[in-house]
Design a protein around this ligand. Structure first.
Ligand SMILES: NC(=O)c1ccc[n+]([C@@H]2O[C@H](COP(=O)([O-])OP(=O)(O)OC[C@H]3O[C@@H](n4cnc5c(N)ncnc54)[C@H](O)[C@@H]3O)[C@@H](O)[C@H]2O)c1
Length: 276
């Protein structure tokens, strides 16, 4: 049975633990780690057993989990990916990444790929808060002409973004949907760090950070994060739009991101692979 170690016991980590605990995935949560002991204790109290096994999960250090688990799931921060991905992969332990913005550095991404290849381990990056990555992956096989992401966010979701501060864009003056940024994904992940995961996932599936076009719209008329993905290539043209409910526990995170991690776990453990 797949033994899982969780790094990060916030919204996504808790949802993964609860899904495994319910027994729908043939896996067990071996242990959890969070640099907040309180967060780790809170999730452990919610768990009755450890998924399909009857062992209760415990708190461990990441190093202990890497030595004992088949899969480490990072749902913490980019720093956690930078710190624990390579040690896990070097030990032959698979690593699932939610803070995919950590891969905006191409040297680190290459090192991760080479390390996994050298040690027979795998990196999993779920689709997260975006949809359509299945079609994007397929379309990329034949070559892509363009990939663009348009993100529409409520004003509160953009407050404090470095690009807006540097360009003196005053969000309080915006009364109607307004484009506040147009550029590449490479520029967007620096200017809008809160958008980094969607930009990174799309860029890695498609044509990279420098060629992926990003438009960000500040929209005072909405309360949800809306992403549109448009892809053109030899396959034809694809357009996808998603309106994400924020999670009740962490409004910065879309509920779909946690669901995508649970769905990825189902795929990893299921003998039949459909629609990926
Ligand atoms: N791929 C996507 O589309 C997508 C979507 C939403 C969120 N995310 C990312 O997933 C991650 C988790 O999201 P969440 O909503 O569960 O966040 P959260 O804030 O609810 O929980 C994160 C938890 O990780 C812990 N943590 C942070 N850094 C740590 C470290 N270095 N070591 C140990 N613990 C650490 C925090 O104490 C916190 O309990 C975030 O980085 C977020 O940006 C990705």
């Amino acid at each position: 049975m797949l033994k899982i170690g969780i790094i990060g016991c916030g919204f996504i980590g808790t949802q993964i633990c609860l899904a495994v605990d319910s027994g729908v995935i043939p896996a067990e949560i071996f242990g959890v780690f969070d640099f907040s002991d309180e967060k780790a204790d809170t999730v452990l109290k919610l768990l009755k057993k450890s998924g399909s096994s009857n062992r209760l999960p415990k708190k461990y250090t990441p190093e202990e989990m890497i030595g004992s688990c088949d899969l480490i799931i990072e749902c913490a921060s980019q720093e956690a990916v930078l710190k624990y991905a390579l040690p896990a992969l070097e030990k032959g332990t698979d690593f699932m990444v939610l803070s995919v913005g950590a891969f905006k550095n191409p040297d680190f991404f290459l090192k991760v790929r080479e390390t996994a290849a050298a040690h027979g381990s795998k990196i999993y990056v779920p689709s997260g808060a975006i949809a359509g990555t299945d079609g994007l992956n397929s379309a990329a096989v034949a070559g892509l002409d363009s990939v663009s992401v348009t993100t529409r966010k409520p004003i509160s979701g953009l407050a404090g973004s470095p690009y807006l501060i540097e360009n003196n864009i005053d969000l309080s003056e915006i009364r109607e949907p307004t484009t506040v940024f147009e550029g590449t994904a490479a520029e967007a992940v620096i200017g809008f760090p809160k958008n980094v995961n969607v930009c990174a996932t799309v860029s890695l599936c498609g044509i990279g950070f420098d060629k992926t076009a990003v438009r960000i719209i500040a929209d005072p008329t909405i309360s949800e994060n809306i992403h549109e993905l448009e892809v053109c290539g030899d396959f034809g043209r694809m357009k996808m739009m998603i309106e994400n409910h924020p999670s009740p526990q962490n409004p910065k995170t879309s509920y779909l991101a946690a669901l995508s991690a649970v769905s990825a776990l189902k795929r990893i453990t299921d003998p039949i692979q459909i629609g990926f």
